[in-house]
Design a protein around this ligand. Structure first.
Ligand code: GNR
Ligand code: NI
Length: 171
């Protein structure tokens, strides 16, 4: 197992559209294990492969309080959406910033699980919001795309400054 490096906004690699997973094999299950380790360590309630620079349609999530409900979604597709809910969202790729985003309150999602078995899941509330946030990552989209250009530019500037300082300190 290994903790993976999480890309941070405005890294252009976060804009990559991920390709479907072709085979669910042990290599993919090893990547899933590393993604859970990375997500729990962060800590976060979800992580998309895009964020660790792997451009495959794969995400992990666990919204439980005790980190005991891991769920991996491979090639997820949203079949139905209902209702709207506004949530203060954060993102491991946009560290330190939180903004309100409106998304469907309930969804039905189809995906392959870790064994390659097709599953349909009805999710609501935070789990539904998180799955939509992660599928956005697989399409190269970030929660800051839903806020004003002015706010997004301010976040971009602050994060670039932080990233420059970290690079300078490392040399
Ligand atoms: O840890 C996370 N918390 C969160 C809170 C509200 C809405 C979405 C999220 S997902 C985020 C982890 C992350 O960046 N996943 O891509
Ligand atoms: Ni995110």
């Amino acid at each position: 197992m290994a903790k993976l490096k999480i890309l941070e906004f405005p890294d252009p690699r976060l804009r990559t559209k991920a390709s479907p997973v072709e085979v669910v094999d042990d290599d993919l299950r090893a990547l899933i294990a590393d993604m859970f380790e990375t997500m729990y360590a962060a800590p976060g309630i979800g992580l998309a492969a895009t964020q660790v620079d792997v451009h495959k349609r794969l995400l992990v999530t666990d919204i439980s309080a005790n980190s005991d409900a891991p769920l991996a979604l491979i090639n997820p597709v949203i079949l139905e959406k209902d209702g709207l809910v506004a949530t203060d969202e954060g993102c491991l790729s946009v560290p330190g910033f939180y903004e309100e985003v409106e998304r469907a309150e309930q969804i039905k999602v189809r995906f392959l699980d870790r064994d390659g078995v097709e599953v349909e899941l009805e999710a609501e509330g935070l789990q539904a919001v998180c799955i939509q946030h992660e599928i956005d990552h697989l399409d190269g989209k970030l929660f800051v795309d839903y806020i004003s250009e002015a706010k997004r530019q301010r976040i971009r500037k602050k994060l670039l400054k932080e990233q420059r300082q970290l690079t300078a300190e490392a040399t």
